[in-house]
Design a protein around this ligand. Structure first.
Ligand SMILES: [Fe+2]
Ligand SMILES: [Fe+2]
Length: 405
């Protein structure tokens, strides 16, 4: 399947540079180039592109206006801003309309990788029903602004916890949520923390990242509408899965980085549920109904109502936001790990198995004593049956922490 990408920049030199830089992609992509927002919209009118990469500063219609227009008329199109560093404030404004943001001058490899991620995802998931479902959504949520600010700050190796703390304090809702989490028994800190920068110090930059994005996603979706979902419950489930996934990685001798990634993926694995519950509250109630009253499994109920599962939808969103590929995959296969069997990534295993262990402890499976077929088969297949008892033991410690919250 070829993907079509439209590049928009008022400077002919920049467009020419992009054209040259991407010449070797001509087999894979259909590319269009436009010198103004107006022409870009006319081109979209004839045949919408899958991805639009737009400059920020342009006369008449700037990048934000163009992408807002595209967001309105072609909500399923992936919108990327390509902009100079001098436009900091503008970039922050653009986060509401752009799915991703790249800094100029962009390296060929980064640009290709960013667009490719969107493409490989498209090939994976654009089955007709999911495509239709995504098209029905007025807009796809954008990457939360605070996360983008933090990501930029964390990329600087000299960044201090104080600086991170001060970025967080700009957002009162976030500060409250974060401190509430840090002070919960969950982190076992003992003393009361009221300063976000101390919270950052205690939790560590890696986990802060994951926490911030998660909390922000929860807040954004809460604002989107009356959700037919217990948010607190989902949050504590996510925390439990995250902590178990991290504990498993460390227990098996994995490094801190991998453990941090596993934590991240555990925190976010069910974010697709938030999208469904917030944007499709009515239909989501129907899903709950089918699970509770008609004995459907989660997956089957979601597929029957939406044509897609929360795992696929969460992964779709993270892909749009340009989150790392291993995270996207871990999220997308967390209920159907057999589909992602060729990827033997530690994060993926930790996420799927932790989720299953926590669900089993909560008595969420129809047969309370056993894992569903998909999970048992997966565990067999990757040869970790003998490790399972130890992992289940780790889960008991995690559960104790969560329940004391
Ligand atoms: Fe899930
Ligand atoms: Fe889950």
């Amino acid at each position: 399947m070829t993907i079509s990408v439209l590049f928009v920049d008022d400077e002919p030199n920049v467009l020419e540079g992009l054209r040259r830089m991407l010449r070797d992609m001509r087999q894979e992509w259909h590319m269009g180039f436009s010198e103004s927002g107006k022409i870009a919209l006319e081109m979209m009118d004839q045949k919408p592109f899958d991805v639009v990469v737009s400059d920020m500063r342009m006369p008449q219609m700037d990048g934000i206006e163009l992408l807002s227009e595209i967001k309105k008329s072609y909500p399923h199109v992936v919108r990327i801003i390509l902009s100079g560093h001098s436009d900091k404030q503008k970039v922050l404004d653009s986060i509401r309309v752009a799915h991703q943001y790249l800094a100029k001058p962009v390296q060929a490899e980064i640009l290709k990788a960013t667009i490719r991620r969107v493409c490989s995802f498209k090939e994976l998931y654009f089955e007709d029903r999911l495509k239709n479902f995504m098209l029905q959504m007025d807009t796809l949520p954008s990457l939360p602004p605070l996360y983008a600010k933090l990501k930029e700050a964390v990329e600087n190796p000299d960044v201090s916890t104080k600086k991170i703390g001060s970025i967080i304090s700009q957002d009162i809702g976030m500060t409250t949520k974060l401190l509430q989490l840090v002070n919960s028994a969950f982190f076992g800190i003992g003393s009361h923390v009221s300063d976000p920068s101390i919270a950052v110090q205690l939790i560590g930059l890696d986990s802060i990242h994951a926490l911030i994005l998660t909390v922000e996603i929860f807040v954004v979706f809460k604002e989107a509408g009356p959700a037919s979902l217990n948010l607190e419950q989902l949050m504590s489930h996510s925390l439990a899965v995250a902590s178990l996934a991290k504990a498993i990685v460390l227990f098996e001798g994995g490094d801190e980085k991998t453990a941090g990634d596993a934590y991240f993926s555990g925190m976010l694995h069910d974010a697709g549920k938030l999208v469904l519950a917030a944007y499709h509250a009515e239909q989501y109630r129907e899903v709950l109904n089918r699970v509770r009253k008609e004995g459907y499994s989660w997956d089957a109920a979601e597929r029957s109502v939406f044509g897609a599962t929360h795992a696929q939808i969460g992964a779709y969103l993270f892909c749009l936001w340009g989150l790392p590929g291993n995270l996207v995959k871990a999220v997308s296969y967390h209920h159907s790990p057999l589909e992602g069997l060729q990827e033997k990534s530690f994060i993926q295993i930790a996420t799927a198995v932790s989720n299953a262990i926590i669900h089993k402890m909560d008595g969420a499976f129809p047969d309370e004593k056993a894992y569903p077929y998909e999970i048992t088969e997966y565990i067999e297949n990757i040869g970790i049956s003998d490790k399972l008892p130890a992992w289940e033991n780790l889960a008991k410690d995690v559960k104790v922490m969560v329940s004391h919250e």
